[in-house]
Design a protein around this ligand. Structure first.
Ligand SMILES: Cc1cc2nc3c(=O)[nH]c(=O)nc-3n(C[C@H](O)[C@H](O)[C@H](O)COP(=O)(O)OP(=O)(O)OC[C@H]3O[C@@H](n4cnc5c(N)ncnc54)[C@H](O)[C@@H]3O)c2cc1C
Length: 607
C-alpha cells in the first residue's frame, strides 16, 4: 500500500488536471471567444483568456455567480476526504491553489483552522487505504460504524501535509479534546481530534465579480474588448452567428461571430448544449450528474461560542462529511448534503429532511446546541455540476465518491468549436482556467501570452490593513458621512471590496441623499449606485445577494430592501413607481429560496 501511495503522489505531480477530446488546430480571423456562464469557472476562464489578448464576451442567463458558486460551502480546501477516493492529484492541485488564492486574494480567502473530532484510536485504516488506492467497493465494505480512528486521521493528515510540502502552512497536530481554545465538541464521544489548516472564501460571489473586474482591466490595458452580459440569453445560427439578447434592455442586444464558445454553465451544461445544438440533443449521455447540497445559516450565540474561530469537519451518522463553520462574528454555517438531482437546478430547494439531518449532525457534535427551528436564520442549496455518465469518473459511484475533478469536453458538431466545463471546485477555478485557456488557445492557433499564477485580484490590499481602513474612512467622510459612521462604513466596505473600498465609498457621495445609510448596515445608500456602475448589478436581488451580501446580514429588514431599492432608483436602473413591487418580490424570494422570513414585529431602525 505504501508503494501505491508513493506512486500516486508522483503521478499527481505529473498529471494534467484537464482532459479534452479535441486536437484539431483551427484558423480564426477574430480573437473572440464567448463564455456562457458567469460563475466562478466562467469568470476565471474569461480572465485567463484576456491575459492572452483574446476578446471575450461573458453571457449569463442570470446574474454573475448566481449558480453553484453562491450555493457552495465556501471553502478553499485541499479536500482531505478526496484522499480516501484516491484523488491524490486533485488534492495536490487544490492545496497549491489554496496557497495561491490566500496570497492573491487575501481580502476574500482567509486561512481557517479545522478541528477533526475522532471517536477512537483505531478504526477505518483498511477502509481509508482501500479508498486511497482506488478500491471503492472494499473501502465501503470495510468502513466501521465509529468512523476513522486517530491513527487513520493522523496518517491522512500527514499525507495532506506532505502534498502541501514547500508551503508555509502549519502542519497538522493531534490533540486531546477539551483543551482550551478548541471547539467545545462533545469530549465524551470524541476524546481525540486532529487539527489542520485550510481556508474559507466567505463570499465567492464577490470573488467572481473581482475576476471579471480584473478581466476588464486587463482588456483595457491591452486595448482589447471585454464585455459582460448578465440576464441575457443566446441563440446561435447555423453559420455560427451568436445573437445575445438582454432580458433587461434592448439596447444591450448584440450579434457576433465568435471563434469559439465555452459552455461554463455548471449544472446547466447539458441544457445549454441542447439549446445551442438541438441537432445533437439526442446524445444519450449527459455530461452532468448533479447532486443537491444544502446548508443552514444558524444564529445561535451558544453554538457560535462553542465553535470559536475554528471550523469543525466531522462525519454525520451516515458517514457523510459535515462542516460546522464560523460565518462572520455571529453566525454558523452548516453543510452539506449530497443527494442526486435531476431537473432544473433553479428549482432545487432545501427539504425539511435535509434541515433535520444537518441539525442532527450539529447535535451529535455539540449536544447542548442542536439548532432550534427559530435559530435557523436561513438555508440555501444548490446543485454540484459533477461529471455525469457522459464523462469518465462520472457514473456508477455513490454521490460522495463521484470525482470532484474538472474536465473540458468538446462535443463534435456545431458551426464553431464548443467546449463544456464539467465539474470543478471554487478552489481550483484558477488552475482550471489556466489549463482550459491553454487548450482553447492552442486549438485557435494562438499563443499563451501570460497566466494568472501570480496576478492578485483587484481588491487585494497593497497597503497595511490600518492604512486601508483609514483611507476608506476618509473617503466615506468625503461622501458625507459623520466620522464615527465613516469608520463603520469603512470596516464593512473593506470586508466586501478590499482595496477598492476607498474608491467605491468616495463614489457613493456622488448622487442622491448624501450621508444616508442603508438600514441594518453601515453602508451608504450611494454605494448601490457604485455596484451598478462598476459591478454589473442591475436589480435588488443582484445587490442584496451578490454585491453587498446583505442576504446574510443579521440586521436585514424590509427597510434594508427599501433603501437598496432607493439606491437603484438613484442609479437610474429602477423606476420610482416600481420600487415597492421590487421590494415585495425580493421578500418573496428570500422566503422561497432561503426560508428567510423578515421580522416585521420589531420597529424599523431609523434611516
Ligand atoms: C452544495 C455545494 C457545496 C460546495 N462546496 C464547495 C466548497 O466548499 N469548496 C469548493 O471549492 N467548491 C465547492 N462546491 C463546488 C463549486 O461551488 C462549484 O463547482 C463551482 O461553483 C461551479 O462554478 P461554475 O462557474 O462552473 O458554475 P455555476 O456557479 O453554477 O455558474 C454557472 C452559471 O451559468 C449560468 N447559466 C445557466 N444556464 C445558462 C445559459 N443557457 N446561458 C448563459 N448562462 C447560463 C447560471 O446563471 C450560472 O451563473 C460546492 C458546490 C455545491 C453545490
Amino acid at each position: 500500500m505504501e508503494w501505491s501511495i508513493v506512486t500516486q503522489i508522483l503521478a499527481a505531480v505529473a498529471t494534467a488536471p484537464l482532459s479534452s477530446s479535441s486536437m484539431t488546430p483551427l484558423s480564426c480571423a477574430e480573437r473572440c471567444v464567448v463564455v456562457l456562464g458567469g460563475g466562478i469557472n466562467g469568470a476565471a476562464l474569461a480572465r485567463e483568456l484576456t491575459l492572452s489578448g483574446v476578446t471575450v464576451a461573458v453571457v449569463d442567463s442570470g446574474d454573475i455567480a448566481s449558480g453553484a458558486t453562491a450555493w457552495s460551502t465556501r471553502l478553499v480546501h485541499g479536500g482531505l476526504r478526496y484522499l480516501e477516493h484516491g484523488e491524490v492529484s486533485l488534492v495536490r492541485e487544490s492545496l497549491a491553489e489554496r496557497d495561491r488564492l490566500v496570497r492573491l486574494a487575501p481580502h476574500l480567502v482567509r486561512p481557517l483552522e479545522f478541528y477533526l473530532p475522532v471517536q477512537a484510536r483505531w478504526g477505518g485504516l483498511f477502509s481509508a487505504a482501500a479508498g486511497l488506492v482506488g478500491w471503492g467497493t472494499l473501502a465501503r465494505a470495510w468502513r466501521g460504524t465509529r468512523g476513522r480512528g486517530a491513527w487513520t486521521v493522523g496518517l491522512g493528515l500527514s499525507l495532506y501535509d506532505l502534498l502541501s510540502v514547500g508551503s508555509a502552512w502549519p502542519r497538522h497536530r493531534m490533540v486531546r479534546a477539551g483543551s482550551g481554545g478548541l471547539p467545545a465538541v462533545d469530549a465524551s464521544r470524541f476524546p481525540l481530534a486532529g487539527i489542520y489548516a485550510d481556508a474559507q472564501m466567505l463570499f465567492p460571489e464577490r470573488f467572481t465579480v473581482e475576476l471579471l473586474l480584473d478581466a476588464q482591466q486587463i482588456a483595457a490595458a491591452a486595448g482589447t474588448s471585454f464585455s459582460v452580459h448578465t440576464h441575457s440569453s443566446v441563440r446561435m445560427t447555423k453559420d455560427g452567428m451568436l445573437h445575445i439578447t438582454s432580458d433587461r434592455a434592448a439596447g444591450r442586444n448584440t450579434t457576433l461571430r465568435p471563434a469559439a464558445l465555452i459552455n461554463a454553465t455548471g449544472a446547466w451544461v447539458d441544457r445549454t448544449l441542447e439549446h445551442l445544438l438541438p441537432a445533437l440533443a439526442d446524445d444519450p449521455q449527459p455530461l452532468i450528474g448533479g447532486t443537491q447540497g444544502s446548508h443552514l445559516v444558524v444564529r445561535s450565540p451558544g453554538l457560535r461560542e462553542a465553535l470559536g474561530e475554528s471550523g469543525v469537519y466531522a462525519e454525520a451518522d451516515d458517514g457523510r462529511p459535515v462542516f460546522v463553520l464560523p460565518f462572520g462574528p455571529g453566525l454558523v454555517l452548516v453543510g452539506t448534503t449530497d443527494i442526486p438531482f435531476s431537473g432544473d437546478p433553479n428549482d432545487s430547494r432545501t427539504s425539511v429532511a435535509e434541515i433535520a439531518y444537518l441539525c442532527a449532525a450539529v447535535g451529535r457534535l455539540f449536544p447542548l446546541h442542536t439548532p432550534l427551528p427559530e435559530q435557523i436564520q436561513q438555508h440555501y442549496c444548490g446543485v454540484r455540476p459533477l461529471p455525469g455518465p457522459g464523462c469518465s469518473g462520472g457514473s456508477g459511484a455513490t454521490p460522495g465518491a463521484i470525482t470532484r475533478r474538472h474536465l473540458l469536453v468538446r462535443r463534435p458538431g456545431g458551426p464553431v468549436p464548443i467546449w463544456s466545463i464539467v465539474g470543478g471546485k471554487l478552489t481550483t477555478c484558477r488552475s482550471l482556467a489556466e489549463t482550459a485557456a491553454a487548450e482553447v488557445l492552442r486549438c485557435l492557433g494562438l499563443p499563451v501570452l501570460t497566466t494568472s499564477r501570480e496576478r492578485p485580484l483587484p481588491g487585494a490590499p497593497a497597503i497595511p490593513a490600518t492604512a486601508l481602513l483609514a483611507s476608506a474612512a476618509a473617503s466615506a467622510q468625503q461622501a458625507g458621512l459623520e466620522p464615527a459612521a465613516a469608520l463603520q462604513a469603512a470596516a464593512e466596505g473593506v470586508a466586501l471590496f478590499g482595496a477598492r473600498a476607498p474608491l467605491l465609498l468616495a463614489e457613493s457621495g456622488q448622487a442622491g441623499e448624501r450621508g444616508k445609510i442603508v438600514r441594518g448596515t453601515s453602508l451608504p445608500v450611494g454605494i448601490v449606485g457604485a455596484c451598478v456602475r462598476r459591478e454589473w448589478a442591475t436589480d435588488l436581488e443582484d445587490v442584496i445577494e451578490r454585491r453587498l451580501m446583505l442576504v446574510f446580514a443579521e440586521g436585514l429588514t424590509r427597510g434594508t430592501l427599501e433603501d437598496v431599492a432607493q439606491g437603484l432608483v438613484e442609479a437610474g436602473v429602477l423606476e420610482p413607481e416600481a420600487a415597492a413591487a421590487a421590494v415585495t418580490q425580493c421578500l418573496e424570494r428570500l422566503l422561497s429560496r432561503f426560508g428567510r422570513k423578515l421580522d416585521f414585529s420589531k420597529p424599523e431602525p431609523e434611516s
